[in-house]
Design a protein around this ligand. Structure first.
Ligand code: NAD
Ligand code: TYD
Length: 355
């Protein structure tokens, strides 16, 4: 079997669902169920014996040591993290705890387990660390896209904590020969995306008649990848990536935030027109910028394409339509995640942000 951490979050849950749709290999899912972890994402697996869910923390070495000894996974995929830049600005400590200290403890448990495996199994074992393009910092408008050799220049507490975890993973390969792989991916979007991030927040706010808060001038650029394409890239890297290597994953799809918001509004105008017949883009509100806001991210995904033959299957046009349709069809999921804690977050992040 394989061990997935953070498999109740956005990308992790999509990965777990895809994995069990494509293979019969069982999957152990370790998740702390923070605000971002949601067992409802995995509801369709409730009676599926191939999915073993454990509520716990990657920083709990006793627990991970016991799980590894009992389930003997052939691979570990580490999705578990605090993942939202704005939250890292308001409160960085959880990011250091999970992304840095948690990854360290998981690496230590893994090393203890892996070093005692029989030789053949030890060679085939893989530890895949899921990371982000944000570790590379911000690009000017005409700079070439991030390659795997771009220097690390993280700018937010989130990206700094992910950068630190990447360095630890690298060191465990260099020092102990742990067969690690690291993927650095661009911004994902798709089903089960928590509505604190740009795309789901815009869909959810638009439908609720609330303002669509665009930070600064809305001209910051991200490279958007449909989440299932990220999952297929991770599977490919796990199967064929070279231990010790890093692979950038991206959608070849750079767009300014404002264009993303316009696209979401146009799709909603078509699929769920406002009762008053007015366009959703009238709800756009410019608000104060994020402190230290990175201007542009762009991924050069040439290495994974050349060496492993991976390319995204979805275009932005097809992926964003599927995404908007998913949110329209899953309004119960949306209302269930908008708890009191979610409303507190919205007040904290947007309440004190003058337009
Ligand atoms: P998410 O915030 O939606 O989910 C994170 C999951 O990790 C949640 O289920 C949470 O409960 C769990 N978790 C948090 N702390 C934990 C701990 N200490 N122990 C066990 N579980 C814990 O995040 P996501 O968007 O699904 O991102 C998953 C991974 O992919 C992260 O490592 C993130 O840095 C990386 N990534 C995300 C994006 C993106 O666009 N969302 C892009 C590139 C890379
Ligand atoms: P986000 O989804 O938080 O991802 P990241 O910061 O990891 O790239 O934000 C994507 C972009 O959208 C980023 O440039 C910030 C911007 N943004 C807004 O303009 N308004 C919002 O309410 C949010 C959440 C993000």
């Amino acid at each position: 079997m394989i061990l997935v951490t953070g498999g109740a979050g956005f990308i992790g849950a999509n990965f777990v669902l895809d994995w069990l749709a494509q293979s019969d290999e069982p999957l152990l899912n370790l998740d702390k169920l923070t605000y971002a972890g949601n067992r409802e994402n995995l509801a369709s697996l409730a009676n599926d014996r191939r999915h073993v869910f454990v509520h716990g923390d990657i920083a709990d070495s006793d627990l991970t040591g016991r799980l590894l000894a009992r389930y003997t996974p052939r691979a570990i995929i580490n999705f578990a993290a605090e993942s939202h830049v704005d939250r890292s600005i308001h409160g960085p400590e959880d990011f250091i705890q999970t992304n840095v200290v948690g990854t360290f403890h998981l690496l230590e448990s893994t090393r203890g387990y892996w070093s005692k495996l029989p030789a053949g199994t030890r060679e085939r074992f893989r530890f895949l660390h899921v990371s982000t393009d944000e570790v590379y910092g911000s690009l000017t408008s005409d700079a070439p896209a991030f390659s795997e050799t771009h220097r690390y220049e993280p700018n937010s507490p989130y990206s700094a904590s992910k950068a630190a975890s990447d360095h630890l993973v690298r060191a465990y390969h260099h020092t102990y020969h742990l067969p690690v792989l690291t993927t650095n991916c661009s911004n994902n979007y798709g089903p089960y995306h928590f509505p604190e991030k740009l795309i789901p927040l815009m869909i959810v706010n638009a439908l609720a008649g609330r303002p669509l808060p665009v930070y600064g001038d809305g001209q910051q650029i991200r490279d958007w990848l449909y989440v299932q394409d990220h999952c297929s890239a991770i599977r490919r890297v796990m199967d064929a990536g070279r231990p010790g290597e890093t692979y950038n994953i991206g959608g070849c799809n750079e767009k300014p935030n404002l264009e993303i918001v316009h696209t979401v509004c146009t799709l909603l105008d078509e699929l769920r027109p406002r009762a008053d017949g007015r366009p959703y883009r009238e709800q756009i509100t410019y608000v104060a910028d994020r402190p230290g806001h990175d201007r542009r991210y762009a991924i050069d995904a040439g290495k994974i394409e050349r060496e492993l033959g991976w390319r995204p299957a979805e275009t932005f046009a097809t992926g964003i339509r599927k995404t908007v349709e998913w949110y329209l069809a899953n309004q119960d999921w949306v209302s269930n995640v908008q708890s009191g804690a979610y409303r507190d977050w919205v007040e904290k992040n947007y309440g004190g942000r003058p337009s």
